[in-house]
Design a protein around this ligand. Structure first.
Ligand code: EPU
Length: 417
């Protein structure tokens, strides 16, 4: 097992091109199931979750070739329709094959992923939507068994703009009979990305990027070549790293509007931010001011940057209230941050952070990908040495995490424990 050893205190500088988004590429890989033949994705990040999704697609009968930033998926005429627990338990996002499998095969048997370290993570909206579209869906022996020879379009109002449920419905609806309307749909850039790819495959979708998406079913889709949208959360993580270490960084590949609120928060914390096209420049010369954050679906503040902003607040001037509205257990990591000397109190959905002048290095354990990122950022400014355990979580979603930080001048090493 690897750990990250960090010697805190370096100021980070540099330039970086952000890779494709974890939270897009996995769904795009699943969406290729909708068309028999060879689809290609480019700007694919080199992360563990892509390897797991590739393995899942192979088990469904696809030929998957991964080379550098490209992945080619050759989908058979009759894919298998079972996603086994051994893969789903490794990666919750495997649930995203549910929609395309039922659309393509008339049936999908997908292991129920269960909860994880950030929360209970329900699937009720996915299931209800498929039932509205005419599917029979049962939960038996740990599997969601869904069946319907031809799905029918439906009017679906989501209780919450769930990213996963919006994606399941989109992929189920593109070849359903008639029109599907999703009200209160998610609007994340990753949702726009999958909609655009589905349209390139021949789907008829309107209202892309809005909270009402209309899908008119077509008889069949064709394979596609598509570039994965860049990872706004990776970009945001690097931006916070710079703000914490009082450095400067030019980030390429991510439009500033994908990060509008986090960048505004960084400006409130004292950073200078300039952006144009797909480039964001960030510079920090002062100790950050503590800033309040409330996580909400896009265009609100992303929950996937919440731990990084708690880390930032932990060394800020003053105090901040951070409210987490998506994942009830995402504050678990603050106990690890406290091991570095941070002053954080949580109460339900709220965390109160009183900024300290400095943190002190210690061994800490990452409990999920973003918690891991937050702990590394804290380690970069902590005095002395920090060892981060559980870095497998970070590898699942950040390509070349250690190498990128080293490139910025950070003293961080991956070592075998
Ligand atoms: N929810 C339900 N029922 C449902 C669906 C969702 O109760 O049927 C709840 C969830 O339990 C959660 C909230 O709704 O409390 C939001 O869930 P959502 O479906 O929007 O999230 P997701 O699709 O499970 C994706 C990302 C997450 C990211 C969220 C929000 C992937 C693989 N995961 O999860 O990414 O935090 O959207 O933006 O795309 C991460 O990258 O670290 C990560 C957790």
């Amino acid at each position: 097992m690897s750990v990250f050893r960090i010697e805190g205190g370096e100021t980070l500088h540099g330039e970086v091109v952000v890779p494709g988004a974890k939270n897009s590429v996995l769904k795009l890989m699943a969406a290729t199931l909708l068309a028999p033949g060879l689809s290609t994705l480019t700007n694919v990040p080199d992360i563990e979750d892509v390897t797991i999704m590739a393995e899942l697609l192979r088990r469904l009968g696809c030929e998957v070739t991964h080379s550098g930033e490209n992945i080619s998926i050759n989908v058979p005429d009759k894919p298998d329709h079972r996603a086994d627990y051994d893969l789903v338990r490794k990666m919750r996002a495997s649930i995203c094959v549910l929609g395309p499998l039922i659309a393509r095969c008339g049936a999908a048997d997908v292991a129920v992923p269960g909860g994880d370290n950030i929360g209970s993570r329900g699937l009720d909206m996915h299931v209800e939507a498929l039932r509205k579209m005419g599917a029979q869906v049962n939960n038996e022996h740990g599997y969601l068994l869904a069946e319907c020879q031809l799905l029918t379009g439906a009017h679906i109002s989501l209780d919450f703009p769930s990213v996963g449920a919006t994606e399941t419905i989109l992929m189920a609806a593109v070849t359903a009979r008639g029109e599907t309307i999703i009200e209160n749909a998610a609007r994340e850039p990753e949702i726009v990305d999958i909609c655009e790819m589905l349209v390139e495959m021949g789907a008829d979708i309107s209202g892309i990027g809005t909270s009402t998406i209309t899908i008119t079913g077509v008889s069949a889709l064709t394979p596609v070549s598509h570039r994965v949208v860049s990872d706004r959360i990776v970009a945001g993580t690097w931006a916070v790293a710079v703000a914490m270490t009082r450095g400067d960084l030019t980030i390429h590949g991510v439009p500033a509007e994908h990060l509008a609120l986090p960048l505004e928060k960084l400006q409130s914390a004292g950073a200078q931010v300039d952006s144009g096209g797909q480039t964001i420049q960030i510079r920090m010369d002062v100790r950050p001011q503590c800033i309040d954050v409330v996580t909400l679906p896009f265009p609100g503040f992303p929950t996937d940057l919440q731990p990084q902003f708690i880390a930032l607040n932990s060394i800020g001037q003053g105090a901040a209230l951070v409210t987490e509205n998506l994942f009830e257990a995402r504050f678990r990591f603050v106990q690890e941050l406290a091991r570095l000397g941070a002053d954080v109190r949580t109460d339900g959905h709220h965390a109160l952070i009183r900024g300290k002048e400095g943190l002190s290095g210690a061994p800490v354990e990452a409990t999920d990908i973003r918690a891991g990122a937050g702990l590394v950022l804290a380690g970069l400014v902590a005095q002395g040495n920090t060892t981060v355990y559980g870095v497998g979580h970070i590898d699942r979603g950040y390509a070349g995490f250690v190498e990128t930080l080293q490139g910025f001048g950070a003293k961080i090493l991956r070592v075998d424990d």
